[in-house]
Write a protein that binds this ligand. Structure first.
Ligand code: NAP
Length: 355
């Protein structure tokens, strides 16, 4: 990071500053001495921002809170005023939903439109860094069979998700498409997009509500002790992802989409990375037969449909993140250290019971 020229003369906006990913972005910015405009839904809820205040107390940068909601047009105006860079991270990441349009697609799509139209009205903004997702690149693991070389790249777009199937992935795909569309119609600011795979690693706030916490917690609290679905996925450390955001913001040549993923792995691969340090815990050690997952999963978990199982379980996952290394200079830390630090934090905070 020493080579990065961080502009401290203008404040930057971080949307969704209470979130898991945003927490580390804010921390890195405060370390660099930047003034952070933190857009949050409810700045009066101290429980959601205490961890950020604690950081700001000991780091050189400054934090200012602004009330803003993705669904409230114009509510980012004050937060964005005077900012040179906008980090747009806010978007719900939850799989347990009842109304996909209202709970996922509206905040993702209308929220992106709201934030980027505010950028259009704010002369100081020169760059927007959008936290998209690998979910905007692929919908189901089976999509790998229709990619040109059997690998997910920045050229690929998710065309298999819909409101009725994988709605979170759909929300990320339509939001990123909208961002590119708005960016194309103007020349005042540049759009740089990051497409992270599953984010793991400790939270700046150990009590985060991102789906990442649920997935890792289930690996230690016994719910997965009889095994996990054979599900390929990518993983990246939240601290590496924050680093990628700063690089995307401050490297002049940063351009386009970037897969941010440290490891082509699987649910079992993540579980196995826990074994050297946490073998005494009920960590999954095997995969379950696909037919059993197909039969039982929708009963155990409403959000896992049989179509999801058919098109994802038993498929490997490969993404090419070489652009992030080449153009952003990304170096990813080992999977074992990401999962160890997150699991240990959950134990220390009573989220995973001691065996
Ligand atoms: P998170 O902790 O749940 O953060 C989501 C943030 O969005 C929260 O700050 C939340 O605010 C905010 N938000 C949600 N609805 C909002 C609304 N209507 N108005 C204003 N703010 C709203 O999730 P995360 O994992 O950090 O995700 C951050 C970003 O990374 C998202 O864009 C997500 O799609 C992307 N991403 C995450 C992963 C992953 O594995 N975690 C992987 C790829 C991409 P409240 O605190 O008020 O709810």
């Amino acid at each position: 990071m020493s080579k990065l020229e961080v502009d401290k003369t203008r404040p930057v906006l971080v949307t969704g500053a209470t979130g898991y990913v945003a927490g580390w972005i804010v921390k890195r910015l405060l370390e660099e001495g930047v003034t952070v405009h933190a857009a949050v839904r409810n700045p009066d809820d101290r429980s959601k921002i205490r961890h950020l205040d604690e950081l700001a107390e000991k780091l050189p940068g400054t934090i200012r809170y602004f009330k803003a909601d993705l669904l409230d047009n114009g509510s980012f105006d004050d937060a964005m005023a005077g900012c040179g860079i906008v980090f747009h991270t806010a978007s719900p990441f939850t799989l347990n939903i009842r109304d996909p349009q209202k709970e996922l697609v509206d905040p993702a799509l209308l929220g992106t439109r709201n934030v980027l139209e505010t950028a259009n009205r704010t002369d100081s903004v020169k760059r927007v860094v959008l936290t998209s997702s690998c979910a905007a690149i692929y919908g189901d693991n089976a999509d790998i069979n229709t990619t040109p070389d059997g690998v997910f790249t920045e050229e690929v777009w998710n065309s298999s998700s819909s409101l009725g199937h994988a709605p979170y992935s759909y929300s990320k795909a339509v939001a990123e498409r909208e961002a590119w569309e708005i960016a194309r119609r103007q020349s005042a600011w540049q759009l740089v997009v990051l497409n992270p795979s599953l984010v793991i690693g400790p939270g700046v706030n150990p009590h985060g509500t991102s789906e990442s916490f649920n997935i890792v917690r289930q690996m230690g609290d016994g719910r997965m002790k009889s095994g996990v679905p054979d599900l390929g996925l990518g993983a990246v450390d939240v601290r590496d992802l924050a680093d990628a955001h700063l690089r995307a913001a401050y490297l002049p040549q940063a351009k386009g989409r970037h897969i941010i993923s440290g490891h082509n792995t699987s649910l079992l691969g993540i579980a196995k990375a826990l074994l050297p340090n946490f073998a005494a815990y009920p960590v999954p050690r095997r995969t379950l037969p696909k037919w059993l997952v197909w039969l039982v999963a929708p009963i155990v978990d409403r959000s896992t449909t049989r179509k999801f199982v058919s098109r994802n379980v038993g498929f490997s996952w490969f993404a090419d993140s070489s652009k992030s290394a080449r153009e952003l200079g990304m170096v990813y830390r080992p999977l074992e250290s990401s999962i160890r630090d997150m699991f240990q934090q959950m134990i220390d905070n009573g989220l995973i019971p001691k065996p």
